[in-house]
Design a protein around this ligand. Structure first.
Ligand SMILES: [Zn+2]
Length: 142
């Protein structure tokens, strides 16, 4: 596996194996996303792809009532969120398992769902840290 490329395909290759990896700057350790050839913090060019903890916090979210990908047609409406990972990266992703509860500020953990093009990371409530209202434990906002 080529670990020297700045191309984000490595992120998707590893996500398909159930792992979140990002570029870590060799000079200042900044975790980069999106993948880039130059560090936005120190302008260093060296980096190493490394796994990170699949945990974070929901920073913001919107409800999509239209499927912008055919694989999501059956899930309308669905939650799209900006999740701030523990490593500091903010990842645009989909949420699952929040029902109609407001997820902003909730602790989440990545899991990987196959959309037909291979597994992609989505985020669900971290075990034991979120108590949705009755009847909203699973499914999408209705
Ligand atoms: Zn750097």
């Amino acid at each position: 596996m080529d670990t020297t490329t700045a191309d984000a395909s490595l992120f998707w290759d590893r996500a398909a194996q159930g792992e979140l990896v990002f570029q870590h700057c060799d000079d200042c350790a900044f975790v980069r996303w999106p993948a880039a050839g130059v560090c936005p913090e120190c302008l260093g060019r060296g980096f190493t792809w490394k796994p990170v903890a699949p945990t974070g916090t929901v920073w913001s979210q919107v409800v999509y009532h239209r499927a912008y990908d055919t694989s999501l047609r059956e899930r309308i409406p669905y939650n799209v969120a900006l999740v701030e990972l523990t490593c500091g990266v903010r990842l645009l992703t989909r949420l699952t398992g929040f029902g109609t509860a407001d997820p902003v500020g909730a602790a989440v953990t990545a899991r990987f769902e196959d959309t037909g093009d291979g597994p992609v990371p989505v985020f669900a409530p971290a075990t034991g840290t979120f108590a949705p209202a009755a009847g909203t434990a699973e499914g999408n906002v209705s």
